[in-house]
Design a protein around this ligand. Structure first.
Ligand code: B1M
Length: 210
């Protein structure tokens, strides 16, 4: 088994104490940061599939998520770029009713590395909280809403539509998360959509420069 395969297996098994060391070993062996990250993302896909068929339950899913977060923490300094460009402030959060934050954290990390200041509101973020953050922080150029549950897509719609009709100006809204599509983003009036963290950075820069 390669080191990357070991990382993947231990994330799937929710071995949070072992994963950081293995990620470091994978790096020391010369594996690319992106490859290690992709392996961990793939693990979460396997975990989701096992949950869908009733092979594992919420506690196991949570342990896998913790293991992945610990692994990502090792990669974080390497994912953070050296960009000094300032694109203003990005307010980011997972929409109300939704507790998934791994994807949101990756998107935040990548957007930060591109030269945005990040205000991370966490998970289960109400529309009011997004609005307050725009008012309370300087130069908010981007609001990023993440959502993983089909049941919270209505919360995302409500948040985006309220932001767009709030009278507040100077920012663009980007949405993403597994159930989100470009068609849905268009329908709810978001300015942009990205399917993954890498393309979220490209879209974020494009939106604020437009
Ligand atoms: Co949950 N969960 N979960 N879960 N969970 C899913 C999402 C699910 C698909 C699993 C399944 O059934 N196969 C399913 C949703 C089904 C649906 O809605 N259609 C599900 C369910 C049902 C639930 C509960 C309802 C289970 C229950 O209680 N019965 C419950 C809901 C709790 C709540 O939120 N209210 C629940 C709970 C949890 C845990 C708390 C145990 C845990 C989350 C822990 C945490 O996040 N800290 C968890 C996990 C880990 C998952 C899976 C297994 C993994 C999610 C993940 O982190 N993926 C997930 C199955 C899966 O994804 N295949 C599942 C890795 C991550 C890197 O990917 O978040 O998609 P992702 O992010 C990607 C892109 O989507 C994109 O970029 C990221 C990286 O490239 N992206 C953006 C994300 N946000 C973006 C924003 C952008 C742009 C791109 O712009 C702003």
């Amino acid at each position: 088994m390669t080191k990357i395969e070991e990382v993947k297996a231990k994330v799937e098994a929710g071995k949070a104490k072992l994963v950081p060391g293995l990620v470091q070993e994978a790096l020391d062996e010369g594996n690319a940061v992106g490859d290690i990250l992709q392996a961990m993302i793939a693990s979460m896909g396997v975990v989701g599939d096992k949950f869908s068929v009733g092979e594992i339950f919420v506690p196991e899913m949570l342990m896998a998520a913790k293991a992945m977060s610990k692994g990502v923490a090792v990669l974080k300094p390497l994912l953070a770029g050296t960009s000094t460009a300032s694109f203003g402030t990005c307010v980011i959060g997972t929409v109300q009713g939704d507790l998934h934050d791994i994807g949101k954290n990756l998107v935040a990390m990548m957007i930060e590395s591109a030269g945005f200041k990040i205000v991370d509101l966490g998970v289960d973020v109400s529309t009011e909280k997004f609005i307050n953050a725009i008012k309370e922080n300087e130069n908010v150029t981007l609001v990023a809403c993440s959502g993983l549950l089909t049941t919270t897509m209505s919360a995302m719609k409500e948040t985006v539509q309220t932001l767009k009709t709030s009278g507040l100006t100077g920012f663009k809204v980007i949405v993403g998360g597994a159930p989100v599509t470009q068609a849905m983003a268009d329908e709810i009036g978001a300015d942009g959509f990205a399917p993954d963290a890498g393309s979220a950075v490209v879209k974020a820069k494009e939106l604020v420069n437009a």
